[in-house]
Design a protein around this ligand. Structure first.
Ligand code: ADP
Ligand code: MG
Length: 487
């Protein structure tokens, strides 16, 4: 009796254990079914013994079709050597292997983890396509950003809220500010030092204000051994949930724009002067002739001290030369004809004309015009002569005694522009004064009119040309006459 009791006890116990096992298996099974990762078990013959829901979805096949089939029917060894080698390793060396593979048949990136068991392998396959694509997109957008940053000619920057730290400064900073973006933070004091002193406070205030609202500031910036630049800085705060997160901005070189504006206002000045000249010059010249005539008669009269009359005559000469240059400006347009003609003979004629005076002063004129050959320009010969006379005269006056003037012709075939350089080894012109050249009545000479270069510039502009200067104190001046030529 006791024994039967024991036996049925055992049976009951066994049943409960079976039940527990069944539920546990069921739970395992349910668990594996419910996970979003693909899961399968394969035996030592590489055949599927279990496949969960998610893997069915990834493989796009029902488990009935796959169970009993070989893993290599899904991933042919030839086309998936990576999967083969890793799985083989897990099976042979009985170790956990993790690897990622792109599977073109499913158009997915799968992250595999293979766990060896005594029956074979349990394999998890996680679909990581989205993550991989996201990373790829990130890399691509980063690459795009770098392309943008490297090629855009403005600097863009991101700074900490107190603007004490520069999170990002794009590479254009090298070209614009002469500071490498990598060393921008450490060289930042240099940036402030290079700002033109008169503009410094304005820039400081603007940068302070950028933390509060969009601010634009234009200022002058001087790099060593370079012409003064005009810089425009623009910055604004970026807030996140009400607190200032970063300050962002753009910095650009606007020297060219400013130059153009200056040119515009100068040509406006020019045309006003031209109109004025037309009105006044004739009115002055006629009385001038009679005054001069009578003065010469008076000069013969011993009762007037000759120094007085000679001063008066000198002054009158000066007035006359101003009026003549004015008249030149004011000449009615219909008189001027433009013809297509070679430039070189014009230049040679002018140089011949000036040679005598140069010899007297001990100035050597060196001429290199071979490059110009027979290049033709469309222009008025007299006006072009006037241009070169004015410039060479200035060069001779600058040298004063003994020196060299070099006149060189250069050709830019691509742009169809020729340049005549008139170089002297005179005293040179300061940067400040260089900017004033060509403004009416700007002269440093006792007897100068300060109209020569203004007229020269206007004449050249009428010819579609340009007048440029370069000068170094103590070394001399280069004047560039640029003219379009006709093939
Ligand atoms: P002007 O010759 O009557 O003074 P310009 O318009 O021809 O008037 O020249 C203006 C000024 O530019 C000159 O007074 C001089 O100071 C300066 N300048 C022009 N050319 C030169 C040069 N080659 N070297 C130095 N200074 C020059
Ligand atoms: Mg002059």
């Amino acid at each position: 009796m006791k024994q039967t009791e024991n036996f049925s006890d055992l049976q009951r116990q066994l049943e409960t254990m079976n039940e527990v096992l069944r539920t546990s298996n069921k739970r395992h099974y349910e668990l594996l079914e419910s996970i979003s990762d693909g899961f399968c078990a394969i035996n030592r013959e590489w055949c599927f013994t279990f496949i969960n829901n998610s893997l069915e979805n990834i493989f796009k096949k029902q488990r009935q079709e796959l169970l009993g089939e070989s893993l290599w029917s899904v991933f042919p060894i030839d086309s998936h050597p990576g999967i083969y080698n890793s799985i083989l390793q897990a099976m042979k060396e009985l170790k956990v292997v993790r690897f990622q593979e792109y599977t073109p048949e499913f158009n997915k990136y799968l992250q595999f983890s293979a766990y060896p068991s005594k029956d074979g392998l349990s394999i998890f396959a996680q679909d990581v396509t989205e993550q991989v694509r996201m990373i790829e997109a990130l890399i691509e957008s980063e690459e795009r950003f770098h392309m943008l940053a490297n090629n855009i000619c403005e600097i863009f920057w991101i700074a900490s809220p107190d603007m004490g730290e520069w999170y990002y400064v794009s590479p254009a900073t090298k070209h614009i500010l002469g500071l490498l973006s990598e060393e921008f933070e450490e060289k930042f004091p240099e940036f402030w030092q290079r700002i033109y002193p008169d503009d410094l406070q304005k820039v400081k205030d603007a940068y302070e204000q950028m933390k509060e609202r969009e601010t634009i500031v234009e200022f002058r910036y001087q790099q060593p051994n370079q012409p003064m630049q005009w810089i425009r800085g623009k910055g604004q705060p970026v807030f996140k949930e009400g607190t200032l997160e970063v300050v962002v901005g753009i910095t650009e070189d606007i020297s060219k724009i400013i130059e153009r504006e200056e040119l515009l206002s100068r040509s406006e000045k020019l045309s006003t002067v031209g109109q004025l000249a037309a009105g006044i010059a004739h009115e002055i010249r006629n009385p001038l002739t009679s005054i001069k005539g009578f003065l010469q008669i008076i000069q013969a009269d011993r009762s007037v001290p000759p120094t007085y009359t000679s001063i008066m005559l000198d002054e009158l000469d000066r007035i006359e030369s101003i009026v003549n240059e004015f008249l030149f400006l004011a000449k009615p347009q219909q008189e001027i004809t433009f013809e297509v003609q070679p430039l070189r003979p014009i230049l040679e004629q002018v140089i011949g004309l000036m040679q005598g005076e140069a010899n007297l002063k001990g100035i050597e004129i060196i001429v290199e015009l071979t490059d110009l050959a027979l290049l033709k320009v469309r222009g008025n010969a007299n006006h072009l002569k006037q241009v070169f006379v004015n410039i060479i005269k200035n060069a001779m006056e600058a040298i004063q005694a003994k020196g060299k003037i070099k006149i060189v012709g250069q050709v830019n075939k691509e742009k169809s522009i020729l340049t005549v350089l008139i170089m002297d080894d005179g005293p040179g012109i300061t940067q400040e004064r260089l900017k004033k050249l060509g403004e009416p009545f700007y002269s440093t000479k006792e007897k100068g009119t300060g109209l020569g270069l203004m007229i020269t510039r206007k004449l050249l502009e009428d010819h579609g040309g340009e007048l440029l200067f370069d000068s170094e104190i103590g070394k001399g001046t280069v004047v560039y006459v640029k003219l379009p030529f006709i093939e």
